[in-house]
Design a binder for this molecule. Structure first.
Ligand code: SD4
Length: 315
């Protein structure tokens, strides 16, 4: 076997370092939040394993829970706002720093795909409310009723007390955030949600905000979040996680430092809410960290065939 010193004689040291590092990267790889991330990863993996682009993989994966009426926190079947309207938030970001987002869009089952169209077909990053819906319809997305009888029934039950408690606890299985690296080593991410159940009409969380609910920097890594969006927006969470990775923190540690930032700002409040971050770096290393126990995520690569892992938690 060729010794390292012998290799160093024929390759400059920096080159050698890059080559040995590159050999270790377990790519392609895709990670998704929560247990429904397993199905999302399954769909994304079909794209990645055929040498597809990470951007196509994350969009394909995110569309799975969006179309599932049994998932009451994303897309079709998502819990409505307190006026009974299903308003959805989503964003997407690619390896070039291109990004697109829609917020408070109604009647469209696949906001993540509308976000991609905003990114690719408009000079803008984000469209909201009626403007987003109008753009989707003009782009050929069908107008659909997203309020299922089950969601409507649950909302009517909530109306009996109408207690507006902007608290997300560990029982809520929330937003899908999905981040991936393709076989070329490029990163992309997407995030899609119906947001906080029974929120005020017009409320927008972190999920469609680039830097808050999702961030991708192809030199460094990608991050996504779930949980109470207001707290993620306050610290521009996912941009923070990526910048912490840029400073040399491994993904889990970067997520932990971001969670600790939330605790530091709101020590009392942080005890009753959930926020979780999930991150992947350019070397294919990944990790998560959350406030409360109960956050999990799915990972699919050549070496880990779609496993659901528990995130470590602050509390
Ligand atoms: C939001 N972070 O709208 C999203 C949704 C979520 O628990 O994760 N809900 O705040």
């Amino acid at each position: 076997m060729l010794k390292l010193s012998a290799l160093a004689a024929v390759l400059p040291l920096s080159n050698l370092f890059e080559k040995t590092q590159a050999a270790k990267v377990d790519k392609p790889i895709v990670l998704s939040t929560w247990d429904f991330g397993v199905q999302a990863n399954e769909a994304a993996w079909k794209v990645l394993s055929a040498n597809g682009r990470a951007l196509d993989a994350v969009e394909t994966g995110a569309r799975v829970p969006e179309a599932d009426p049994k998932i009451t926190t994303v897309g079709f079947g998502g819990a409505p706002d307190r006026d009974g309207r299903v308003t959805l938030d989503a964003c997407i970001m690619d390896e070039h720093g291109n990004c697109g987002a829609v917020a408070s869009i109604e009647h469209i089952m696949h906001p993540v795909s509308v976000a991609r169209k905003v990114m690719e077909n408009t000079p803008h990053v984000m469209l909201v409310g009626d403007g987003a819906t109008q753009f989707a319809l003009e782009s050929g997305f069908p107008r659909e009723n997203l309020l299922t009888p089950e969601s409507e029934k649950a909302w009517k039950k909530w109306l009996e007390t109408s207690r507006y408690k902007p608290v997300i606890n560990v029982e809520n299985h929330d937003t899908i955030g999905i981040i991936a690296m393709d076989s070329s080593g490029n990163l992309s991410g997407a995030c899609t949600t119906s947001g906080l159940a029974y929120k005020m009409h017009g409320r927008v969380g972190d999920s469609p905000i680039i830097g808050a609910g999702l961030y991708v920097d192809n030199e460094i890594g990608a991050a996504t979040s779930t949980g109470l969006g207001e707290e993620v927006v306050r610290i521009v969470g996912c941009h923070l996680v990526v910048e912490l990775m840029r400073q040399g923190n491994p993904p889990e540690q970067a997520c932990r430092i971001a969670v600790e930032r939330i605790v530091k700002k709101q020590p009392q409040k942080s005890k009753d809410i959930q926020v979780g971050f999930l991150a992947l770096n350019k070397r294919g290393e990944y990790g998560a960290y959350c406030l409360q126990k109960g956050f999990n995520y799915a990972v699919y690569s050549n070496s880990i065939k779609n496993r659901l892992l528990d995130s470590k938690s602050y509390y």
